[in-house]
Write a protein that binds this ligand. Structure first.
Ligand SMILES: [Zn+2]
Length: 478
């Protein structure tokens, strides 16, 4: 068996673009000749990579909200992707796809209960689409803390992938996985990606023009020479956004194909993926992680909560937006608990299991009768349904993309505010309690430094628009 292994992890994900009232993506002018960016990126990246068989050779995750969109838009490509994972399951007993926490939420900034829900929903979505339980999970922005890792471990996840600077002390050998010890005698395995190679692949287009040159002259020197001398097996893992391969950089889907099916053979490099690697090479060494760190902010997780050097501007809007939405989330949870506790034994389990309704695996009636018994009136059932939908929007309003860029006046933060408005509306319908005034007041402090555009304007415009819509949309079911 070859001593040098290579794994390319691709994180496939797009921010949710759907209008919460219609469930549809509005036309996006910049995406011409396509109607919206999802369609364009699909045509440039997801479909060609599936057609080339690349999903069989890489390690990858697909964000659940993106995967759901793709299933509706191009089920044939989804089928190819799942089949390519299955080829590995048949051959090696473990697949190469990994799950992702559901809404691309920065989990260290989430409540404990939200961590549990995001991981549960992510596992359920993966299991539904891939027909098997996941062994690994990609953390959005690789943002990590001990609680998050404990939730992963508790829910049966065996490994995740982090940036090397997320190891405490930073003195790790990225050619092997590590064990992170967790409270209550739990543990999880962490693969650290190779920093320089991942940076080159992501940001230096000249590095990925020719896969044979890349493999021989750029990749190979990064193997640990001492290990090579001893003939010891080692793995280089490169992690990047999946959209790089064909969308951000054209033709790079062909680079990927050649790298893992040709260039690597020539140099006796073995393409692999974390679950397969662990079968023969379980982690031997331990490491502690630096909590509240991530892969795309070098200031911890500040990028998603305030000012840091990653984006220009004063970042005050980010702090205010997070404050407003955390405040709203607390109020929504209080009303959810007040309304559900008299009816169901465990409101949080009900919220977790609601994903099975969203996935069409069980009916809402069945979920509610399992949770509350057969005595619910139709009015009570209707109100529970509205509250569960409010919780779905409440999860979605924390999508990390809302804080990623420099300014508020963009589709991603505006969408988060629209999802917040929808949660307020549904909760008002269910309970009669109106969270609009306090939320609008908090959101009035969120403003674009470029255009002066305010978040409460988006919020209230969405609520007024919603008043004209009579039906209440239910998850993916319609
Ligand atoms: Zn930063």
């Amino acid at each position: 068996m070859t001593a040098h292994a290579i794994s390319i992890h691709a994180h496939f994900y797009q921010p949710p673009r759907e209008d919460p009232l219609t469930g549809k993506i509005p036309t996006e002018g910049g995406a011409v000749p396509f109607t919206n960016w999802n369609e364009r990126i699909h045509s440039e990246c997801y479909r060609p990579n599936a057609e080339l068989g690349n999903f069989e050779r890489i390690s990858f995750n697909i964000g659940p909200t993106l995967h759901n969109w793709m299933e509706g838009y191009d089920p044939e490509t989804c089928r190819k992707i799942v089949e390519q994972d299955q080829v590995n399951v048949q051959r090696f007993g473990v697949g190469n796809a990994v799950a992702q926490a559901y809404n691309h939420t920065i989990l260290p900034l989430s409540s404990y209960q939200d961590k549990v829900t995001q991981v549960y929903w992510g596992i359920a979505d993966f299991t539904h689409r891939f027909g098997r339980r996941p062994q690994g999970m990609w953390l959005p922005e690789t943002a990590v803390d001990i609680d998050t890792l404990s939730v992963l471990s508790t829910q049966g996840i065996q490994f995740t992938i982090l940036a090397p600077w997320q190891a405490d002390g930073g003195d790790i050998d990225p050619t092997e996985p590590y064990i992170v010890s967790l409270p209550d005698r739990q543990q999880i395995t962490v693969f650290f990606y190779q920093r320089e190679l991942s940076t080159l692949v992501s940001f230096d287009a000249s590095a990925t023009i020719n896969a044979d040159i890349f493999a021989e002259y750029i990749l190979q020197p990064y193997y640990n020479q001492q290990k090579s001398g001893r003939g010891e097996a080692q793995l280089l893992l490169i992690a990047s956004d999946g959209e790089l391969y064909g969308h951000h950089k054209s033709q790079r889907e062909r680079f990927l194909k050649r790298l893992l099916d040709g260039a690597s053979d020539r140099l006796d490099l073995m393409p692999t993926y974390p679950a397969a690697w662990l079968k023969g090479h379980p982690a031997r060494r331990s490491v502690e992680i630096r909590e509240n760190t991530s892969w795309s902010c070098h200031h911890g997780v500040m990028r998603w909560m305030g000012q840091c050097g990653c984006t220009s501007g004063d970042g005050n809007w980010k702090a205010q937006l997070r404050y407003a939405l955390v405040h709203l989330a607390n109020e929504l949870d209080r009303l959810y608990m007040d309304a559900t506790r008299p009816l169901v034994a465990d409101p949080w389990t009900l919220r977790d299991r609601y994903v099975h309704v969203l996935l069409g695996e069980i009916s809402l009636d069945r979920l509610l009768s399992e949770s509350a018994g057969p005595t619910l009136t139709s009015d009570q059932a209707h109100r529970l349904h509205l509250l569960l939908e409010a919780q779905r929007e409440r999860q979605r309003m924390f999508t990390s993309c809302g804080w990623f860029f420099e300014d508020f006046d963009r589709i991603e933060p505006r969408n988060n505010v629209a999802y917040a408005a929808q949660a307020v509306r549904l909760t008002r319908l269910a309970t009669g309690v109106d969270l609009e005034p306090v939320t609008a007041s908090n959101l009035s402090r969120v403003a674009s430094f470029r255009t002066g555009f305010h978040a409460d304007t988006v919020f209230q415009a969405h609520l007024r628009k919603a008043e004209g819509v009579r039906s209440v949309k239910v998850g993916y079911a319609d």
